[in-house]
Design a protein around this ligand. Structure first.
Ligand code: ATP
Ligand code: MG
Length: 548
């Protein structure tokens, strides 16, 4: 992961340089206005300043404030753009790795875990960059610069601030931690209340029947009270923090003034002129903003650590070796020299498990139908996963039109293998997209032909928007969805068709319809299926899998 981020930062070096320059300019410009104020006030107090010069100082003061705002906008824009460049680069690198991870990685994940890694954890990386590291550096430099200017104007106040700042920083962190804890407690309490609602709705009859309304009421009340107490704590901290900080700032200035009037030496040490007092008051106020921000930035960095660790783990996962892709030999395929499926002496087992099958050999030629049988858990679906290249065999080989599954180029996949599963998996979009899966190389005519073969065409054409009708508006039955799945599998005329118990969830009448469609679709193709009925319908061969 480090190499990935370093290479992105290397590509972005002009923007990084620009950011460093803008941060330096922003600090310099934000420090200048109180100095202009000091000049103006000192000039007024001594009475020897020309009105034009005073006007000029006034204009300069407002101009500096405006430029400071503009530079800050530029700084935020650059930080955001750089942050997005980093997340885009990291996500792209992750996508490239995702395609080379073994199927066992995806099987081991909880649903949504990969999405959360791509969305939330990469976002924390962006937060770490823009609301964490960069802002923290900028704020730390702002504090140091203010301290330097204050020490130059009033060495005494510089010393006072140096003594007080660590204490004020600790105080700020204390309040921020308490507020964060209170907000987390509140979120937990809200989540508890939200979880109670579906539980209540699902069990509402049982609750009434057993007269447990009081019990549920107490549980709601407890969660709501917890949320209320947490909000109270958060609001309390919020309301007393600002007055404490303002009072501390004022107390420091009062102390400085009190000390400077006690003796001439101290007055010199504190550098008291009317103008410098005005400038110093402004600086003392300004130093608290970056101080408070650093506390929040430390918090963002801490919360990003867990996400970064998960990303590091992802980048450390071993990848499958890259197999050079080969184009399917069209001439050989056309002359049927290479059978659509040849399995030779195949052995496979998951992880450390013993072999599910070994010495398995099978050849299926064009127009041949083979049906796998065997008791549940014997490895029928596993054989499909091997043919599709999800897993690599332990021994032996699989050749689809002469190519190992891993050698098949993306654009050849659907021309070589079509697959229908027990459940239809819908994708976003209309009927057309369900069949093409977004492949722009498939024409509407080809979609219509595939639908005609499965017997769905007239139904699809009678829909209000035809092929563009969204699937959810088409109101397809389970059987019609399976027919759509067959159309999806055959639209590119694959040489090999894999069918995994596609009629298992259908009633007898619908099953008949699907099997008739399948018979039409399977002509002149090699078919490997898991279903007894298909064997009966198409009169193919049976292959029983047994434990070795
Ligand atoms: P069924 O008729 O019930 O669909 P099947 O013959 O298709 O069964 P498979 O799904 O191929 O059986 O599973 C074969 C064996 O491999 C089972 O014992 C199953 O628990 C195991 N198995 C399946 N998938 C995995 C996996 N990803 N990791 C580890 N073991 C697995
Ligand atoms: Mg199965």
């Amino acid at each position: 992961m480090r190499e990935c981020i370093v290479s992105i930062l290397r590509q972005q070096w002009p923007r990084l340089l620009g950011l460093a320059a803008v941060i330096a300019a922003s600090i310099a410009v934000s420090i200048a206005p109180p100095l202009v104020l000091q000049r103006a006030v000192d000039g007024l107090a001594s009475g020897n300043i020309a009105p034009d010069a005073l006007l000029l100082l006034g204009v300069l003061y407002f101009a500096l404030c405006t430029v400071s705002g503009l530079i800050d906008t530029g700084r935020e824009t650059l930080i955001t753009v750089l942050g997005q460049k980093i997340t885009h680069g990291v996500r792209s690198a992750m996508c490239r790795r995702l395609g080379r991870l073994p199927a066992s990685y995806f099987v081991a994940q909880e649903p949504g875990q990969v999405t959360s890694l791509f969305v939330n954890d990469v976002d924390t990386l962006e937060n770490l960059f823009d609301s964490g590291i960069v802002s923290m550096f900028a704020d730390a430099f702002t504090i140091v610069s203010i301290l330097a200017v204050v020490s130059h104007l009033s060495p005494g106040l510089g010393v006072l601030l140096l003594l007080c700042l660590p204490l004020l920083f600790l105080l700020t962190r204390y309040f921020q931690r308490r507020m964060l804890q209170a907000q987390l407690d509140n979120r937990r309490a809200i989540a508890k209340t939200n979880a109670l609602i579906p539980e209540t709705v699902a069990n509402i009859r049982t609750i009434h029947l057993c007269q447990q309304e009081g019990y549920m009421h107490t549980r709601y009340l407890r969660a709501i009270r917890q949320s209320f107490a947490a909000m109270e704590r958060s609001n309390f901290c919020d309301s007393i923090y600002s007055p404490i900080i303002l009072t501390s700032g004022t107390a420091i200035i009062c102390l400085m003034m009190a000390l400077s009037v006690t003796s001439g030496t101290l007055q010199e040490f504190f550098g008291m002129t009317v103008g410098s007092v005005v400038a110093l008051i402004a600086y003392v106020r300004r130093i608290f903003t970056p101080l408070e921000a650093i506390g929040m930035e430390i918090q963002s960095i801490q919360s990003a650590v867990a996400g970064i660790r998960r990303l590091q783990d992802f980048f450390a996962l071993p990848l499958m070796p890259e197999v050079p892709k080969k184009r399917a030999d069209e001439k050989a395929a056309a002359s049927s020299k290479l059978p659509p499926l040849v399995i030779e002496d195949l052995a496979f087992g998951y992880g450390e498990e013993p072999d599910l099958f070994s010495h398995l050999s099978l050849t299926i030629r064009e127009g041949e139908h083979v049906t796998l049988t065997g008791r549940t858990g014997i490895g029928k679906s596993t054989l499909f996963k091997l043919v599709l290249g999800f897993y690599a065999p332990r021994a032996g080989s699989i050749r689809i039109a002469g190519l190992a599954p891993a050698e098949i180029a993306e654009r050849d996949r659907r021309r070589l293998i079509g697959c229908v599963w027990q459940e239809f998996c819908p994708v976003r979009g209309g009927i057309r997209e369900q069949v093409t899966l977004g492949d722009p190389g498939i024409s509407d005519e080809e979609v219509r032909q595939a639908l005609a073969l499965t017997g769905l065409l007239s139904l699809c054409q009678s829909l209000p928007q035809g092929l563009a009708t969204p699937l959810k508006d088409a109101g397809f039955s389970q059987g019609q969805l399976q027919l759509l799945g067959i159309a999806r599998a055959i639209v590119k005329h694959p040489r090999l068709l894999l069918l995994d118990e596609i009629t298992a969830s259908l009633d007898a009448a619908t099953e008949k319809q699907v099997l008739a469609a399948l018979k039409r679709a399977a002509q002149d193709r090699a078919v490997l299926s898991i279903s007894h009925r298909l064997y009966e319908t198409t009169g193919g061969r049976l292959l029983e899998l047994r434990r070795p």
